[in-house]
Design a protein around this ligand. Sequence first.
Ligand code: ZN
Length: 381
Amino acid sequence: MPTLITNAEVFGPEPLGRQQILIDGSRIAAVAEDIDLKGAELTTVDAEGAYVTPGFVDALTHPCGGGGEGGFQNRTAEVSFETFVGAGVTSPVGALGTDSITRSLDVLFGNVMQLRRQGLAALMYTGSYRVPANTLTGDVARDVTLIDPVIGVGEVAIADHRSSQPTICELRRLAADARLGGIIGGKSGVVLVHVGDGRDGLARIREAIDGSELPARSFYPTHANRNRRLFEEAVEFSARGGFIDFTASTVPEFIDGGELPALQALDEAIRAGAPPERLTISSDAGGSLPVYRDGELTGLTAAAPDVMLDTLLEAMERAPDDFATVVAALTRNPADALGLPRKGRIAAGFDADILIIDSNSRALSDVLCGGEFLMRRGTIH
Ligand code: ZN
């Protein structure tokens, strides 16, 4: 039976005002002020007083856990279906992280397929921090071409003491292989790049693009709000045509050390001339947040997807004029960066991945993914 959401204040992510949304099967059939259904049988959801946005597209998550620096006692836990749904993340993109030794792509694949069977539109990257990339089939291009949830390579680490210090040639080859897989398989074939604190910053990405035929958007740097120097490099990279990603998960030590909170980074990047449509925010859910002092590990916690919803609610509270810009950074922009043509928008023909947020209680009440309710009136199914 089709579902009609009525009286909703819709952000598609652009502000559309009060609209009705008709969902038929897994897709959005229509968005209009008054949809005439001529007495058809349907389920009606009255979203009076609610904001309705697309489900979050989270470009970096670690469903099977991520880091684990400092010994096995610090291994981060898996991220559950319920945790993603409660945070409004309908398209988590899974990656291996620092530890691709005791965690494998086979395990990640299992986690991603589990999330899919439970109802989420989960995806994954092949590879990990290390280069040459570990793969499922023995070849990056084959992984991207042949394996459905695989959309690119990531997160490949540069400018970090934990990275394998890839050369420019290695980065170029990796991006070329991922791109070829994407071209054949009809995917983005993007390389998500973890950029660390190292002074090298984005230099190797710039060099990999210069002198090759690779477009800037082949590389998608994340953690771009890690420090002011990297932030400024990333803003410049976005002006050259690349997408850049800010990490919403943080700890007070990171902010004290010069990290820009994700919302502040978004705001400052736009004011500095970055194209708003190429700025994204992700959670790094399941990843470790290690604190180092003078090269020594002094603390470690795990990131959670909740920061996506927290970011949206904070924008609703503090910067209502910029609310649509923040919604776009959590939905449409990452969908575009990752080449997901039916994700991240509320419009006819798009997948019915929808969040309903009560604007009075500031709580997420409903989550739909592919037209199915995964959360209804605050209860996860
Ligand atoms: Zn990372």
